[in-house]
Design a protein around this ligand. Structure first.
Ligand code: KG4
Ligand code: ZN
Length: 334
């Protein structure tokens, strides 16, 4: 089954072609980061307008790169939410219209399901069940995943998301948007032990997180110290955030008896988090799975993949049934 995936929930237009027999055939991404950088964050109206400009050229690109045509498609998957309404409408409108014109099914995909399943786009995917740490700009969740669509929430952030905390801290340190990669780069030249920052909820005994207090602690530190020690502050922040994320993820694995941990979402690209998790997990007999680095942040491949799983399992809905007995009064109103 050949599925076109379209992601347009925020500031990246991602399009990909996934074949359930041959894997990922092509993917293309256009990032609006440079455009939003001037404003210090995503401007929704500008994002929607830019998705309109990019989505069709990217679709033509993945088709031509993989030597396929629209006629080869068996289904189209698009991000249905969560995200910016106008931005989502661009992908959804394009995907639905194209599917209708081609006479093939379209399926709306949950953006976070895309992230969570993204490590499965691999030659050596993790088997179910696994614990997933989902760390994006808008969400921080620990889930127990026992199959596609079989998700149990173990814990989540009570305030800021991990990526949001990286972004806000980066802003306090005078770094650009999005802050995560810039902060992580600056932290590499800093000394994390120079300042001690709180590890909120580290010992709360559950799998919930809180990052807003950490951000406030950085604000207080910046007011006191100025930006002279920015690299040390960045390193101390990263150490604190990673400490909580890693500890709770490993505790969630122990709690659910899982020997597999999947890390997905933008913050999953963080080198410090990866090193720490891989090292500590190995010592506990836990295997950690990450998406390819380019699929940590938003992309079309994860939507095409999740859509392919849903379309494959929606087979029953795609068949038709006759109704030998059918009351006229039971028809749906239009
Ligand atoms: O998953 P994603 O691309 O978008 C959402 O669905 O939110 O995640 C973006 C988030 C941003 O907050 C960004 O700062 C963060 O991921 N991020 C990082 C790194 N790369 C991206 N945070 C820490 N370290 C990184 N290397
Ligand atoms: Zn995302």
């Amino acid at each position: 089954m050949l599925v076109l995936g379209v992601e347009s929930s925020c500031d990246e237009t991602g399009v990909a072609l996934y074949d359930s027999a041959h894997g990922l055939l092509a993917h293309a991404l256009y990032s609006q980061i440079a455009m939003h950088n001037d404003y210090g964050g995503v401007v929704p109206e500008l994002a929607s307008r830019d998705h309109i400009r990019r989505v069709l050229p990217l679709t033509r690109q993945v088709l031509s790169e993989s030597g396929r045509t629209l006629a080869d498609l068996d289904g189209i998957a698009y991000t249905q939410g969560p995200g910016l309404a106008g931005a989502l409408l661009v992908g959804a409108g394009m995907a639905r219209a194209l599917a209708y014109a081609l006479g093939i099914p379209a399926v709306g995909v949950h953006h976070l399901e895309g992230h969570m399943l993204s490590p499965l786009i691999s030659d050596t995917p993790p088997e179910f069940p696994f614990v997933a740490l989902l760390v994006s700009g808008g969400h921080t969740q620990l889930m127990l995943v026992s199959g596609v669509g079989r998700y149990t929430l173990l814990g989540e952030t009570l305030d800021d998301a991990a990526g949001e905390a990286f972004d806000k801290t980066a802003q306090l340190l005078g770094l650009g948007y999005p802050g995560g990669p810039a902060l992580s780069k600056l932290a590499a030249s800093g000394d994390a032990s120079h300042f001690s920052l709180p590890r909120p909820m580290l010992n709360s005994g559950d799998f919930d997180f809180s990052f807003s207090g950490l951000k406030t602690a950085v604000l207080t530190l910046v007011r006191k110290q100025g930006l002279e020690h920015a690299a040390d502050i960045a390193a101390a922040f990263q150490a604190a955030a990673v400490d909580v994320l890693a500890s709770k993820s490993l505790a969630a694995c122990a709690h659910s008896g899982s020997s597999r941990l999947v890390v997905a979402g933008g913050v999953g690209a963080n080198t410090h988090l990866r090193e720490r998790l891989t090292r500590e997990a190995a010592a506990r007999g836990i295997e950690v799975f990450y998406p390819r680095l380019e699929f940590c942040t938003d992309n079309g491949a994860m939507i095409a993949y999740a859509g392919a799983q849903r379309l494959a399992h929606a087979n029953a809905d795609l068949t038709f049934a006759v109704k030998p007995r059918w009351e006229l009064a039971t028809l749906d109103a239009v």
